[in-house]
Design a protein around this ligand. Sequence first.
Ligand code: ATP
Ligand code: MG
Length: 563
Amino acid sequence: MDTSPPPSDFIRDIIAADIASGRYGGRVVTRFPPEPNGYLHIGHAKSICLNFGIAAENAGAVCHLRFDDTNPAAEDMEFVESIKADLRWLGFDWGEHLYFASDYFDRLYEYALRLIELGYAYVCDLSSEEVRANRGTLTEAGNDSPYRERSIAENLDLFARMKAGEFDNGSRTLRAKIDMASPVIVMRDPVLYRIQKMPHYRAGGTWSIYPMYDFAHCLSDSIERVTHSLCTLEFADNRALYDWVLEKLEIPSPPRQIEFARLNLSHTVMSKRILRCLVDEGHVDGWDDPRMPTISGMRRRGYPPSAIRKFCEGVGIARSYNLVQAEQLEAAVREELNRSAPRVMGVLDPLRVVIENYPEGPGEEFEAINNPEDDSAGTRKVPFSRVLYIEKADFMEDPPRKFYRLAPGREVRLRYAYFITCIEVIKDEQGEVVELRCSYDPESYGGNSPDGRKVKATLHWVSAAHAVEAEFRLYGRLLKEADPATAGAAEDMSQLIDPESLRCVAACPVEPGLATAVAGTVYQFERIGYFCVDRDSAPGTPVFNRTVGLRDTWARMQKAGKG
Ligand code: ATP
Ligand code: MG
């Protein structure tokens, strides 16, 4: 895919050491374990690049895609399919290694029976509030459950009846029998199974009990013979339980859990709960709204998968909290698109220009370069005629000193076409400029200076007679606040969203070749920015989503020492 050296970080160091020492017999198996309760986001992409990246870098290593689907409440096949599609689009392949934790329900149940038989688990009749109230604190031990000393026979009987659906939701749980005084609160007799009488999207109505994450995850890893189970830092305390379950069940060559810091990105959120809320309450146009930090949103916005991968690599893997600036992702996108995006011309805020000395009629065509960064992209023909549109912002009647674009009496270049000079300004009754009358120099054909005289500005333009009308959706950043932590506490999602995050502009003249622009293609509109053809486009009425502007604020921040 690219030739840069493979990344290095503390996790890759641990894996290299495990290979060298022969732990796991030199095998490396990682896994990416999404819960199918939402769409993938850029935070997941970091985990994906890490897990699949490690598999790609080590001979014989593989990365499993495992749906961690042990909670029937919000899981759905729609999410399974979207996650697979997004992973493929990002450029990763799980090959034959597609797994579902729900396929292990029978085996997990057997493991739970085994723990009971060994005296390491018991059925507890306390409610979840009572369990919480007896858990203790960081400085105080918890209290033993009154049901802790039940006999193995009674536990086996009650657990079987929990499974058979004899008891109500929440009336009983299966708990590990560890230590209510453990300094690690996760180890204070954690719940392993709960009663939840709800059909599962894959297992159907078979189960009345479902395993908890801490029980299901380590065992799913061991069933698949995963070697390195990489997860985010909030699971650091859970590692003790991960190891305990595997140890008590005498799992040979147990997988090891290693934690890294999750990705946080400014001006957006990674919480699936909040993202789902934005979708369900209609604050955004679905999971793939181009403002969403989802992979599908970024795809619709025009972010190339290679840019997302490079960004994830650039962010790196560490163990401390960090907030990555949105500019860093935008810079990666811009860098990639500068190489790949064909150039076109379009006008977002049109001002009519009539070239008085240019003949009426069909006009002529100029040769335009498709991509100055890529000779193989070739050229195209762009029609030119007597009436054109330029950008309103490219004209000032009374220009300040550093404004070099068009002004009364001033000459500028129209890209690829001619030099023009403004000779008259037409205004409406309100005094607003509605049209410029200009002259052109026929000797400046192709935009080349006929006699070495210089112009200080080159403008983009569209021939009015040939223009196609496009809609532009100008996307900004999702949230008003840079720090996503503020989003967690918000009551009203609509208050969080930056009102500037979407502005639609209709009927913008663009060059005629764009009439049949194909959804998903990203163009650079010269002097404006990168835009992706939206799926709402139809022949003759293209819709463009702003991917990112041309301005490289990231590079400037870095220069200023703030990067
Ligand atoms: P939930 O809040 O529903 O638990 P989640 O973001 O943890 O959501 P999962 O589907 O459980 O979602 O995540 C799959 C994998 O992606 C996990 O291994 C998780 O650690 C990793 N992951 C999730 N968010 C991030 C993030 N922001 N940065 C890095 N990895 C992440
Ligand atoms: Mg999770």
